[in-house]
Design a protein around this ligand. Structure first.
Ligand code: KIV
Ligand code: ZN
Length: 507
């Protein structure tokens, strides 16, 4: 189908390579199930050789998902390819995605190899992979800084060796759209067997052009787009799934191309990822940011009230966003609560539902009006608790003010035993984190980032705290929501510590 663009989602592989974005195996499965529900064609679930947890993550996703193709990432070496094949053993549709760098700069400085050696390694890897999996994708890493003649030589050879998907990444985010489009049209024209493969784009956002470049590559002939939810990924990230899909859909008149994405699932997927890894979505983020459909100026509001299309090129409903209604309050029953969650697309298991209900009753007690966005934060909080609670917050108390030193007392529980500590700090949050550090007693944990935002408006708004901590050169995130922002901050910190204490996720 010439008009079909395949969406290859790499949130769980390239996306998870963003500092602080690592996920537990269970979280990966949850995201993968939502990606499948949304209709992506391929899920790149991880880099199996890099750690036992990566292997476990890819294997679990491969065995649980029924419809989508699962890709496993591998360098062009046998150990990686064997690991990728093992992780895909239970996949209904498995793909090995192998790569080697083809630019002069990478071949010389990173690989220390001549082009002829690289070509041979690529062919050997693809042949070997083809014996292990039904489908093989080959990526020419740093393609946008490679010689087009060499690229077509290697592409022709790997297609002959059995690769049916050819990815030409802009690994460093260096390309500009016109140039990236030409890369595809020229390499495809120069490669005699190009019609035997689907060509793919994979763009990084270092200069803020990942989406524009990806779409240019599609105009040059590519029919697979590698994306990640919310654009997470190495450094400045990858092309954002939601932006690519909505650009193709909103400007169908120009692209004349289709994807298989149910766009109404986009917002929910974006939220799920954001809360899972604790990366807040910037308010002005295209498509999924809080302000993406907000009209502030009088002229704009007037225009939208008269005719929506004056300032809206797509509807919030088309990506599954609803305007925030007042939904529940302290008198709402559990039945109504569960029903409302289902309407919002959540069917948590019994344990998570119980946690969410507990949290809801606490919030509804303090807040007169509980909005859709509050409910989403509450239920995501409960789902986020899938990080094993090695440490559990039992009690927190703090005192402070402009004339006294902020002091906090914290009680944490571990294996049923309670531990209490107190500390002072620059403010209540600093004091609480100091007390938590004393209890947990792991030297070298550094708070890298802390942010607090209101989920909805008003004095009684639910506050959402996200933190990231660094330990042994790795970042771990945590999040929590509560009407009391200091409590939310404490829970978020404990959540990050628990995430840090989970079994290792990647090499
Ligand atoms: O950015 C990149 O080049 C990649 C791989 C596809 C090699 O992530
Ligand atoms: Zn990449």
């Amino acid at each position: 189908m010439k008009n079909r663009v395949y969406i290859f989602d790499t949130t769980l592989r390239d996306g998870e390579q963003s500092p602080g974005a690592s996920m537990s195996v269970r979280e990966k499965l949850e995201i993968a199930l939502q990606l499948e529900r949304m209709g992506v064609d391929v899920i790149e679930a991880g880099f199996p050789v890099s750690s036992p947890a990566q292997m476990e993550g890819v294997s679990l996703v491969a065995s649980e998902l029924k419809h989508v193709t699962i890709a496993a990432f591998a360098r062009a070496v046998k150990t990686d390819l064997d690991a990728a094949a093992a992780s895909l053993a239970k996949a209904r549709h498995g793909r090995i995605h192998t790569f080697i760098a083809t630019s002069p700069i990478h071949m010389k400085h990173k690989l220390g190899k001549e082009p002829a050696q690289v070509l041979q390694m690529a062919v050997d890897a693809v042949k070997y992979a083809k014996g292990l999996a039904k489908e093989v994708e080959f990526s020419a890493e740093d393609a946008s800084r490679s010689d087009y003649g060499f690229l077509s030589e290697i592409v022709q050879a790997v297609i002959e060796a059995g690769a049916s998907i050819i990815n030409l990444p802009d690994t460093t985010g260096y390309a500009v759209p016109e140039e990236y489009q030409r890369l595809f049209s020229e390499v495809m024209a120069k490669t005699p067997n190009a019609d035997k493969a689907v060509f793919s784009v994979h763009c990084h956002n270092d200069l803020g052009m990942a989406v524009a470049n990806s779409l240019a590559g599609v105009m040059g002939g590519a029919r697979q787009v590698e994306v990640s939810v919310n654009g997470i990924g190495e450094r400045a990230g990858n092309a954002a799934l939601e932006e690519i899909v909505m650009a193709l859909s909103t400007r169908r008149d120009s692209f004349k191309l289709e994807t298989g994405i149910k766009t109404e699932e986009i917002f929910r997927t974006s939220k799920l990822l954001s809360t899972t890894i604790g990366f807040p979505i910037p308010a002005n983020k295209a498509i999924v940011g809080k302000n993406a459909f907000a009209h502030e100026s009088g002229i704009h509001q007037d225009g939208v009230l008269k005719e929506r299309s004056t300032y809206e090129i797509m509807t919030p409903e088309s990506i599954g966003r609803k305007s925030s209604d007042i939904v529940l309050g302290r008198h709402s029953g559990k039945h109504g609560f569960t029903k409302k969650l289902a309407e919002l697309g959540y069917e948590p298991d019994r344990e998570a539902l119980e946690k969410a209900w507990q949290r809801f009753t606490e919030v509804a007690d303090k807040k007169k009006e509980v909005f859709d966005d509050d409910l989403v934060a509450i239920v995501e909080d409960a789902l986020h608790a899938s990080v094993p609670e090695t440490w559990k917050l039992a009690y927190v108390n703090f005192t402070g003010g402009n004339t006294s030193i902020p002091t906090a007392t914290v009680v944490l529980e571990k294996n049923g035993e309670r531990f209490q500590e107190a500390a002072t700090g620059d403010g209540p949050v600093d004091a609480i984190y100091g007390a938590v550090n004393r209890i947990v007693n792991i030297p070298g944990v550094v708070l890298e980032q802390y942010s607090l935002s209101a989920v909805t408006g008003g004095m009684d708004a639910l506050g959402e705290a996200t933190v990231s901590i660094r330990w042994e050169n790795k970042l771990y995130s945590g999040r929590a929501a509560a009407t009391d922002v200091v409590l939310a901050s404490c829970r978020a910190y404990v959540n990050a510590i628990n995430r840090m204490l989970m079994p290792m996720r990647k090499a």
